[in-house]
Design a protein. Sequence first.
Length: 369
Amino acid sequence: MDINNRRDFIKKSVLGGLALGTTGLIRSAGHIQEQSVLKPKDDARGPAQGVETTAKLLPEFPKFEYRGIIMGYEHLKYRVHDDLCFISVFPAHKYLARPLGKYYMYYAPHDGGGVCLAYADEIEGPWTEYDANPLFNNVWEPHYKVPHISSPDAIWMEHEKKVFVYYHGDNFATRYATSTDGIRFEYGGVAVDMRAHNFNDFAYSRVFPITIPEHSIRYIMLSGGVDRESFKINPPLPGYRNYLSTSLDGHIWATSTIPITPLPPGTDQTGAACYLRWKNRNFIITMGNLSGWDAKDNSALITNIYLFEVDERLQNAKFQGILLDRGVLAPEHSRFSSPCVLVEDNKIHLFFTAGKRLNEKAGYAIGKA
């Protein structure tokens, strides 16, 4: 398919029938593609209105049991920074031939270093550090040289029979790399770069396969982004929100400039979200920083994990409550952040980072139906 036909196909198939906003130029895999940008029904920039901060979770939604820290940084051989900024747990046994373990955990420190791998045969571990970390880092010639990369998220792309790992580097772009074995990667390109659309940051992305009735969308990406107006209003820490991108193939993406969820009540920014399809309903699990933190000390951030429900078109987000309250479950940790979901055997395995910003470990909770 030539590039012009591909462009038309993306417009008609990826976004056909959904509310369309303006046409944008989105850089992907080294090419500029003209795409129609998905525009959610409502502007969700502000905090949720008329929602009690004590909202109860849906009674039919699983209750989560906090099981503690499953991996720290203390004994890592590759330890450029005392931090597991963002983790992604991938069921390697379902897709890869002869994996090192049933489960792969991709992680990265935020400041310096690269994307790393650990593996285990049980979800709660013990997790073993891969002996040749990092898999790739912040310098990948001739493709890029950036101050840092982080936030790896792994997904199996069935149509290519490959693992795709999405990651940010620097904060302005979400990139991706591909692999047939989950260890040796080839650079894929830039999936989303929103600087041309008045965004400074667009990072902490997770990608999910999805089926939306009457549409040809195959993948969605949830990213944390902040526009330049928020930088002006809320220094020094930007006002992150969750944004939605859609794709047919995982390479070329169309991105909305309107947040998909509002702020959880009592928070001043949100991001690093994940999508969950559960009992034929659509949920978004996201972190939220509580208002009133000390702007001079990022380590003072206090963060919980919250739950929203969206409709079949991934619109009309409704706040459902606090999913994990670190103040109740683990007050020794100031943050529960960057949730990652794996569903197996009718159980929701919820992974996240726990601890002060830039000094985090991998935490785990389980939800049973």
